[in-house]
Design a protein around this ligand. Structure first.
Ligand SMILES: Nc1nc2c(ncn2[C@@H]2O[C@H](COP(=O)(O)OP(=O)(O)OP(=O)(O)O)[C@@H](O)[C@H]2O)c(=O)[nH]1
Ligand SMILES: [Mg+2]
Length: 368
């Protein structure tokens, strides 16, 4: 091997990353017909969900009722960039009932289950090499622009999502709004978000390189992102773009002057990808883990071993049920603690014996 054939560390790192790809998971929630599938199609730059099809095959459908959780895997491979192994989590059936509180609860249950599975994995001595981390790194919530701000359902689900995900609010079908209507809707939705104390993802709290070009206030003016999607493509100036044709002209999905689609895509797949992943494991999951352990770590009350059943701050214990609490892991933890207490008692006995011997020695030395 000659010196010229040895790759630089940076090159090796890049090649390794390229081979492995970056895992990224997005949860997409929104009422029926708001443009989710069309948006996903543009986001992935390929037909992921065929047009006029409600959804693709329910792979790994985990909840069987009006609201289902479906997962789609897509490899995003683009020239000169690390491939993204993208997992999309969809919730078809959301918002279609009169009482949608159950739908929100089901999404919450699914998200908490993903946290619990990670927590359970962390507890293991022998980790599962093929464990798939299902925690979404971003949750896109599609809002219908009604010129009245958020609806009760939007508030309810956004509140719950924001506790468990990096929530990014999105206004769907942006092309159907005039610029004045968009400004009004953005203002109303944003003030409802603030008034209801919904914690959306904080774009200002990161080092993404955006500061250098003073584009941070882009996010302030663009929240919620107003996006459009389409299945129709057209060749314009040598490149294929997604379009929506109107009598007044052609609306181009990828055109930054027409809507925020490209900005949002860049945020998800570029500028904020790592930050969204870090924030998920360092902030969101950590908060959940602490709350969960604080309540499930065995406590001794009157000499009795007790294990609390539901995590504080993550309400609704009725929908909360995991193996961690009910099954093997709880018992394992209990046994470990009993073992620890026995050892502690033994240590106390030895310490007392040593103390006694020391005292005897001291007395003997005085007498002698
Ligand atoms: N004007 C406009 N129409 C859109 C846009 N995106 C989708 N549509 C249309 O809205 C209808 C529903 O679009 P979908 O993308 O299937 O919406 P969806 O949210 O996936 O719908 P469900 O899967 O049924 O919940 C279709 O007729 C689309 O052509 C958009 O950005 N602007
Ligand atoms: Mg759809």
């Amino acid at each position: 091997m000659t010196l010229s054939t040895i790759k630089s560390p940076e090159e090796i790192r890049r090649l390794k990353n390229f081979k492995r790809g970056i895992d990224f998971t997005i949860l997409i929630v929104g009422e029926e017909g708001i443009g989710k599938s069309s948006f996903i199609n543009c986001l992935c730059q390929k037909t992921v969900i065929p047009p006029n099809m409600d959804q693709v095959n329910p792979v790994n459908a985990s909840l069987n009722s009006d609201l289902r959780i479906e997962k789609i895997h897509v490899d995003i491979v683009e020239e000169n960039s690390t491939p993204i192994s993208l997992n999309l989590i969809l919730a078809p059936g959301f918002g279609e009932n009169i009482d949608n509180s159950l739908a929100t609860a089901k999404i919450v249950k699914y998200l908490e289950l993903q946290f619990d599975l990670v927590l359970k994995e962390e507890y293991k001595i022998e980790r599962n090499q093929n464990f798939k981390d299902g925690r979404p790194h971003a949750a896109l919530y599609f809002i219908r622009a009604t010129s009245k701000g958020l609806r009760e359902l939007d508030i309810e689900v956004m509140k719950e999502l924001s506790k468990r995900c990096n929530l990014i609010p999105v206004i769907g079908k942006a092309d159907s709004l005039t610029s004045e209507e968009l400004v009004l809707n953005r203002r109303l939705i944003f003030s409802d978000i603030k008034r209801n104390d919904i914690k959306i993802y904080d774009f200002g709290n990161n080092d993404t390189g955006f500061e250098q070009i003073d584009e941070l206030n882009i996010f302030e003016n663009c929240l919620p992102f107003a996006v459009s999607g389409s299945y129709e493509t057209k060749q314009i100036k040598g490149s294929i773009v997604h379009v929506r044709e109107y009598p007044w002209g052609t609306f181009k999905v990828e055109d930054v002057k027409h809507n925020d689609f490209t900005l949002l895509r860049n945020v998800l797949f570029g500028s904020h990808l790592q930050e969204l992943k870090e924030s998920t494991s360092v902030m969101i999951y950590e908060k959940y883990r602490k709350a969960k352990l604080r309540n499930s770590v065995p406590k001794f009350a009157n000499g009795e071993l007790k294990i609390a059943q539901s995590p504080q701050g993550y309400e609704d214990p009725t929908i909360y049920s995991t193996e961690m609490e009910t099954g093997k892991s709880g018992n394992e933890l209990e046994n470990q603690l009993k073992d620890l207490m026995n050892k502690k008692k033994l240590l106390e006995t030895y310490t007392n014996e040593v103390k006694l011997l020391e005292e005897k020695l001291h007395i003997a030395s005085l007498e002698g």
